[in-house]
Design a protein around this ligand. Sequence first.
Ligand SMILES: Nc1ncnc2c1ncn2[C@@H]1O[C@H](COP(=O)(O)OP(=O)(O)OP(=O)(O)O)[C@@H](O)[C@H]1O
Ligand SMILES: [Mg+2]
Length: 264
Amino acid sequence: MAAIDISHVSFAYKDHHQTDLVLRDVDLHIRDGEFVCIIGHSGCGKSTLLNLVAGLLLPDGGRVELSGRPIDGPGTDRAMVFQHYSLFPWMTAKNNVVFGIRQAKKTLKKNQALRLAQEYLQKVGMEQAGGKYPYQLSGGMQQRVAIARALAMDSPILLLDEPFGALDAKRRAELQQLLAELWDAGSRRKTVLFVTHDIDEALLLADRIVFMRPGKIEAELKVPYARPRLHEEISGAASYESLKAELLDLFYLDWELAADADFQ
Ligand SMILES: Nc1ncnc2c1ncn2[C@@H]1O[C@H](COP(=O)(O)OP(=O)(O)OP(=O)(O)O)[C@@H](O)[C@H]1O
Ligand SMILES: [Mg+2]
């Protein structure tokens, strides 16, 4: 049974003046333990799709299910890193992580949660900043705290919306490895839905890459490389360039279509 089943989903944001259909008859089935990356142009509906799986939005048509159960709201079985890494502004970095942990692991004692929070802050290189409030941290630092919070919850499903977008190249590479390791650790792989604009990142992390055009899924590509993966190793494979070219074609074709549409 697929861990996440998105079947014939449509969704529109409603305001006083108009309802724009943002997703149209979207179908996506993600296996238990699968790592799926979503890419596509800005505004095509990636975050909306993630928010539907998070249970923060409900579909207007179709179904979003977790292992056969309809999603009717958020739950600690799904840890999320939002595109605009939303930390609680009134809590220190460490308490933000502790809060996530205690939501997900209700029986854990406060001092155990504190230890775990410190451990995960260390994994993302933020161990010195646990006592700081979000307003005292840079965007990339806040993003790392949000990642620590999501990973420390150890939920079976991870929903990550451009989680490494604000990080420098070195830190990004480190956290890609950390995520790949944590995904694979333990007796059961997590199910991951990961939005990115970075094709190399998607090829490094994903079992499958889903390309979206406005409102729909346009194409899906399997990523064939064995794990653990290193960018230096997989990028040398002959298939790497062809997969990358295929994805770039999808991106550029979209630009041309969009440009044509603008002139009509
Ligand atoms: N809260 C909202 N109210 C109304 N319209 C919205 C809202 N959020 C998003 N939209 C619209 O829905 C469409 C899809 O937005 P979404 O945030 O899902 O795109 P995205 O693919 O995540 O883009 P990006 O790569 O820029 O993050 C866009 O046209 C956007 O303007
Ligand atoms: Mg988005």
